[in-house]
Design a protein around this ligand. Structure first.
Ligand code: KG4
Ligand code: ZN
Length: 310
């Protein structure tokens, strides 16, 4: 079964074809270089870019594959930037009509969850705990089976990736910031973390997250301290925020006793997070690096799982 997956919820335009769990082709144009100058994504610009990029990617796709071989067209329905989602919806409806193939709307977060299966032999053993952690979300789920997912923890303010981005902007005027901070962290393994200490939030629901306090602590350091070691702040920030996230997942594991634990979403590319996450459980699943940030293949595989679970 070949599924065309279309993603345009944020700042990546992507089209992919997935056959069962194997990625046949995954094309993507990132808009980062355009939004970089503003320090964040500008929704109106993102929508216009998605339109241009879909036309470019479609030409490339047509030159490489016969679109008539596709069985289904899947696209990101929600959540995301409204105008950006609308572009993907329009584009996928047009493709579905012209090829006369059924359309499957997909939740972007399901795409992230099932991205762990792309080009892998791994199986999700239920019940499972899943952490979807990206620029827009920090969602902790309990998955009873492949259809029922319960949100047990959520961020009360910023998403984890958003805070990486804001901290990097405040320290280095760079966007996006996750990879930059992660790379600085990797280069400073033997750091003395006691110089810049961060306090963790106190929350009513033990599985919830809150990250805006970390951002404020960094902004205050930048504003109020005369000479600061920016790399050390970035390194300490990453250590504290990831350790805090790991503690939350550990609490969920203790309570729900899952048979597998999933890590996905853009922040799952973080090397320290991946390393610590593997220590949590004997059956940890995470996407290959190339499928951790937004892509069309994850939308196609989520559609495949939806069809297979009927
Ligand atoms: O899933 P994604 O591509 O888009 C959204 O749906 O948000 O995630 C993008 C987010 C950005 O905030 C980016 O800074 C973060 O993922 N990110 C990272 C790393 N690579 C990307 N955060 C921490 N460490 C990384 N290595
Ligand atoms: Zn995403």
């Amino acid at each position: 079964m070949k599924i065309l997956g279309i993603e345009s919820s944020h700042d990546d335009t992507s089209i992919a074809i997935v056959e069962n769990k194997k990625v046949l082709i995954n094309l993507k144009i990132s808009q980062i270089n355009i939004h970089k100058q503003y320090g964040g994504t500008i929704p109106e610009i993102a929508s216009r870019e998605h339109f241009n990029n879909f036309m470019i990617l479609l030409e490339e796709l047509k030159s490489k594959v016969d679109l008539n071989e596709i069985d289904y067209v899947a696209y990101t329905e929600t959540p995301g930037l409204i105008g950006a989602l609308q572009m993907g919806k329009l584009f996928s409806h047009a493709i579905s009509k012209s090829l006369n193939k059924p359309l499957i709307p997909i939740n972007h977060l399901d795409g992230h969850i099932f991205s762990v299966l792309l080009n892998k032999e791994d199986k999700i053993e239920y019940p499972a705990i899943a952490l979807v952690i990206s620029g827009g979300h920090t969602n902790l789920y309990y998955l009873e089976n492949d259809k029922d997912k319960q949100l047990i923890g959520n961020t009360l303010d910023d998403a984890a990736g958003e805070v990486f981005d804001k901290v990097a902007w405040s320290l280095f005027k760079e966007f996006p910031g996750g990879k930059l901070i992660d790379d600085i962290f990797s280069q400073n393994q033997n750091t003395d973390f006691s110089k810049y200490k961060f306090s963790n939030p106190k929350l009513t629901n033990k599985f919830d997250f809150s990250f805006s306090g970390y951002k404020t602590q960094v902004i205050n350091l930048v504003k109020n301290t005369e000479s600061i070691d920016k790399n050390l702040i970035a390194t300490s920030f990453q250590k504290h925020i990831i350790d805090f996230i790991i503690t939350k997942v550990q609490l969920a594991i203790n309570e729900y006793k899952p048979n597998s634990v999933i890590l996905s979403g853009g922040v799952s590319a973080n090397k320290y997070l991946r390393k610590q996450f593997y220590k949590l459980h004997e059956n940890v699943l995470m996407p290959l690096f190339e499928y951790s940030t937004d892509n069309g293949a994850m939308i196609a595989i989520a559609a495949f799982e939806k069809l297979s679970s009927k």
